[in-house]
Each structure stands twice: as structure tokens, then as C-alpha cells.
Design a protein around this ligand. Sequence first.
Ligand code: SUD
Ligand code: ADP
Length: 277
Amino acid sequence: MIVETAPAKINLALHVRRRRADGYHDLETLFAFANDGDTVAMTPADRWSLAVTGPQARGLASGSRWDAGNLVVRAADAFAGGFGVSPQAITLDKHLPVASGIGGGSADAAATLRLLARLASVPLDDPVLVAIARGLGADVPACLFGQTSLGTGAGEVLEPLRGRAGTPLLLVNPGVAVSTAAVFRGWDGVDRGAIADGDLLSRARAGRNDLAPAARALAPAIADVEAMLDQAPGVLLSRMSGSGATCFGLFADEASRDRAAGVAAHQGWWTMATRIA
Ligand SMILES: C[C@@](CO)(OP(=O)(O)O)[C@H](O)COP(=O)(O)OP(=O)(O)OC[C@H]1O[C@@H](n2ccc(N)nc2=O)[C@H](O)[C@@H]1O
Ligand SMILES: Nc1ncnc2c1ncn2[C@@H]1O[C@H](COP(=O)(O)OP(=O)(O)O)[C@@H](O)[C@H]1O
């Protein structure tokens, strides 16, 4: 059996610049990844199969069916079509809430591609593999490499950045799923400018999440999570990630992170206490 973590993705900043003719938006984003997330495991089998387990498995309507509604299945089908690989029994252990701005589905698809690439001896930077990743979603290429990076284009043009590895990180979700497409539709169309230069944390602090107002309009509980994290002692930066509703806090130390996690859990919110990878 081979196993890959599908780590949570966070957008330290997310600037939406322009709506494009193809329905996507040009953006600039600072991607970072957590140490924890879902896991994808594979073992050789006579035919392809999927088993979904874990505390967030119920968020996936297609369940354990081999169904294109699951990005793991779409990733495996696309890889098999592009490269050919023998069938696998896949287990997805789902911990990240579905449709929550931390790219769980994208991370699962990327972890599936990494496992199949290992089996088929395909390098991760193979242009066909990267094109398959892009076809699965705008942030699947970022999840494929899993490195702190600046993303431009629709999020698929990547420039690796010196990260803040080991920084204590808390993810908090108020339990409302929000559709990425609906949040982009709610963006007000105002270009508020590029991400500033500097080191990662100062660039992130000077930046914004331009999708937060549209996401709050769909899920008002996001504002409560943001307020809680903003006020948490020891917080270095807090913000909504992606299209929401998950918000993150970077903390000066583990004890402050864990105190904030306790406050969030007391509200009945989902939390994950981890670190930047
Ligand atoms: C907003 C971000 C920020 O990292 O994260 P999430 O909230 O999904 O985690 C991503 O850009 C999401 O990437 P991903 O989730 O792969 O998006 P896709 O499946 O390709 O697109 C879903 C829908 O989002 C909108 N979309 C996505 C990316 C983009 N640059 N412009 C868009 O307008 C489009 O309406 C598209 O139909
Ligand atoms: N393995 C998967 N995990 C999560 N969501 C998935 C998966 N496969 C398909 N999806 C679908 O993809 C959509 C986006 O999910 P997700 O990646 O979790 O959200 P986001 O990109 O906002 O973080 C959801 O509507 C969900 O139904």
C-alpha cells in the first residue's frame, strides 16, 4: 500500500484582478500548505474502486461509488487516460470539510496524481501531468507541488516562495459549505491591486482576501469566525481562505494556537490545529 497526505491549502492572500471571457478570474494568491489534511491510499487490485472513510466522508454525496462526482475518481481516470496504469483500490480518509476554501477536493485529486505518478514513474513536473492537474481545477497544480508559492493566472502559474515552515496554524470552519463559483459571482468587480513585494508574512499582511465580502454575504457566520481569530492572543495573521468559509490564524506559538482552538471548539466550530508545511 502507498499513502499520500492531501494537505489543506490556505490562501495567505487572495487578490482577484479581472473577470475573464472564459468565466474564470485572473488572480494573485499566496498559497501555503498545512502539515495535515486528508489521506489517499492505494493498493493494486483487479479493478478500480474507492472507499471513503473519516469524519468528513458524509460531505461527499457520491459516497464510495466510482463516480466522477469525486475528484479522486476524476484524477485517476484522467491519469489512466493520459499515461496508463494498472487498477488500484483507493481509500480516501476525509478530514477536511467539503467546499470550504481549503481545497480539500483539489488536494485529494493532487494526492491521487502523485501516487499514480509514483507507480508509473512519471515526474511531477511532466507537462502532461501538470495539464491533467489544471483540467481538474484551478488550484490542483498548486496542490500537486504543495509548496508555498505565488499563484497567478487562474491560480495555476506558480512561482515557489521562501515559506514560514513550522509556523503554528489554526483552521476554523463554522460548518457552512459555500460554492466557489457562487462566491466568485458575488465579487464586486473592483481590482484593488497586486500583492506587494517583501517577505512572505509582510506580503500577506499587506494583502487581502477579495472574496471575503461575497462569501460573508452567503455565509454570515464567517464574520464571527474572523472576529474570533482577529482577537485571539498571539495571532500573527488571520483571514478567510479561498472562497471560504474556513478561516485561518497563524500564531506566534503553539500555546496561543491551542487556546484559540479551544475558544473555536466551544462555539461548535470545526477546527484543525496544525503547522505550515
Ligand atoms: C478560490 C480558490 C483559491 O485558491 O480556492 P477554493 O476556495 O476553491 O479552495 C481557487 O481559485 C479555486 O480553485 P478550484 O477550486 O480548483 O476551482 P475550479 O474547480 O477550477 O473552479 C470552480 C469555479 O470557481 C470559479 N473560479 C475559480 C478559479 C478562478 N481563478 N476563477 C474563477 O472564477 C469559476 O466559476 C469555476 O467554475
Ligand atoms: N474528494 C473530494 N473532496 C472534497 N470535495 C470534493 C471531492 N470530490 C469532489 N468534490 C466536490 O468539489 C467541490 C469543492 O470541494 P473542495 O475542494 O472541498 O472545496 P474548496 O475548493 O472550496 O476548498 C465540492 O462541491 C465537492 O462536492
